[in-house]
Design a protein around this ligand. Structure first.
Ligand SMILES: Nc1ncnc2c1ncn2[C@@H]1O[C@H](COP(=O)(O)OP(=O)(O)OP(=O)(O)O)[C@@H](O)[C@H]1O
Length: 481
């Protein structure tokens, strides 16, 4: 077992008796901001847990001194809010289900896929941050912990609504433009509910192709389709005794809508390719940035499902209607990320606030968060000056006349490359053009590759390979990472 020399911003504890797995975790995930602690057995793991209170724990289901499940029970008793991910080589699916039913966050089968693990960890760290704090009016706070920030009238209504619905077992529909904080609110409802000891599972229905979404939610039996080499337990089943957050619920296919309706009516479903009805006790929180009523009138969304989902709905206001919250949020993000960027900037200059107020913020809080992060990259001093803010533009008039380096085929770009004696200008120009195009479209879709590929009229596979070649991370445009 090893110990951190100092606590960095997030800590992962991995309990596994296989040394190569521990080393792999350390190699893959230890960084300036992430401390990876390891333990080879449950007893050591528990000791490290007590001493360091990590943000996320990964446990192998079979450990030498006690079962991974037992180890989990002990840690869970100490602090049920810490997300725990199980890994298993030969444990049965049932044990893994049992683990999630007891409140584990998720589980993965060996051999571990690094990308899958990375995505899962990122989500688990986010959840960990969210559930460790109460939703607070963090404006006067000096804290940099994650919270729902804002004190405008509309947000106070949101807090009241969370308070009213959290403890009841009702289905909730969260409405609001992209980036307004629907997932943050879903997690707050979960955190304040009687189910907070149970799992919280989230799925973004728009980010997963139709064909896969059904199996992602409901799971599938082995052999259900060509690639179904083994049985898979869906998010709904994993959310048993807990909460399932269905983001972008308007993007579900008719088949998936019908199955969700049945879950809401009689709490049963079948895995894809299976015909045994499975009972599940999961609270559903749905969210959408579409006008669901309109989708109903266009025949794209089932009316009966809409009525079931919208028993209670909470509307999240767009950022441009949040009065002084723009400043409060901007300064909150500056404080939150200052450390990460090695800066100490806590406030906006009055001119910077004016600049931010002129902008329409189509990507809402997510876009503001991302703009503040980008500002911190180049900012100096203790106050954020307007020149450090990236160019803000929703396709209309740019608010700051920024440098044209990201404009494709600008005259200055071509001139500069000619001066430099380029021997590859065609490829350079196309690359520059593609890079700007993809960045702008991903900004528009908030990092959603499925939407981006349909806007661009190219397949998702092509988009993905081009993004890879250009070194563009779609996730960066989601604003969370
Ligand atoms: N009130 C808030 N206080 C602090 N952070 C917030 C707030 N609202 C949103 N955020 C942050 O903004 C980002 C986007 O929030 P979130 O993912 O909850 O939005 P969303 O409405 O679910 O977006 P989408 O519809 O695109 O899924 C996240 O990083 C979140 O932490």
């Amino acid at each position: 077992m090893n110990r951190p020399s100092r606590r960095t911003s997030q800590t992962l504890l991995v309990i596994d008796d296989e040394a190569p797995i521990l080393t792999a975790f350390e190699r893959a995930f230890a960084s300036e901001t992430t401390t990876v602690l390891v333990a080879e057995n449950a007893t050591d793991g528990e000791a490290v847990f007590m001493e360091t209170r990590p943000d996320v724990v990964v446990i192998d289901l079979s450990l030498p001194d006690m079962s991974g499940l037992e180890c989990f029970r002990r840690l869970h008793k100490v602090d049920p809010r810490v997300p725990v991910i199980f890994i298993t080589g030969h444990g049965t699916v049932e044990t893994a289900i049992e683990a999630t039913q007891l409140g584990a966050y998720d589980f993965l089968f060996k051999p571990l896929e690094l990308d899958e693990m990375r995505q899962l960890l990122e989500k688990a760290f986010n959840l960990s941050r969210m559930v460790r704090v109460q939703p607070v009016l963090a404006d006067e706070e000096d804290t940099v912990a994650d919270a729902i920030v804002g004190r405008c009238r509309a947000m106070k209504e949101v807090y009241k609504a969370i308070g009213r619905v959290a403890s009841q077992n009702l289905t909730v529909l969260l409405l609001g433009e992209s980036g307004t904080g629907k997932e943050v609110v879903a997690q707050a409802i979960y955190h304040h509910s009687a189910r907070s000891d149970g799992p919280f599972q989230a799925i973004n229905c728009a980010a997963i192709p139709d064909a896969l979404l059904e199996s992602e939610i409901f799971g599938h039996e082995k052999g259900a389709f060509t690639d179904a080499h083994r049985q898979r337990i869906g998010k709904l089943e994993q959310a048993d005794k807990g909460t399932l957050f269905l983001d972008e619920v308007g993007d579900m296919s008719p088949m998936t809508q019908a199955k969700i309706l049945r879950v809401l009516q009689d709490q049963t479903f079948e895995r894809v390719g299976g015909n045994t009805p499975i009972k599940v006790d999961a609270r559903i929180i749905a969210a959408t940035n579409h006008d669901l009523k309109k989708l109903v009138s266009e025949g794209l969304f089932r009316a009966d499902l809409y009525f079931r989902l919208s028993v209670v709905s909470i509307h999240l206001p767009p950022l441009r209607q949040r009065e002084d919250d723009l400043r409060v949020l901007a300064e909150y993000f500056l404080r939150k990320y200052s450390n990460e960027f090695g800066k100490d900037i806590r406030t906006l200059a009055p001119e910077t606030l004016e600049l931010l107020e002129q902008y329409h913020w189509p990507g809402n809080v997510r876009e503001l968060e991302s703009a503040m992060k980008q500002s911190l990259l180049i900012a100096r001093g203790n106050v954020l000056l307007p020149e450090f803010v990236p160019r803000l533009s929703d396709g209309s008039t740019p608010l700051i006349s920024g440098k044209s380096e990201d404009e494709y085929l600008s005259k200055s770009f071509v001139a500069e490359r000619l001066d430099a004696g380029s021997k590859n200008l065609y490829a350079e120009a196309i690359r520059t053009a593609e890079s700007q195009l993809f960045r702008q479209v991903l900004q528009h879709t908030a990092g959603n590759q499925l939407k981006a590929s349909s806007i661009l009229g190219i397949s998702r596979v092509t988009l993905r390979s081009k993004l890879k070649a250009l070194g563009i991370e779609a996730a960066d445009f989601a604003g969370g990472g």
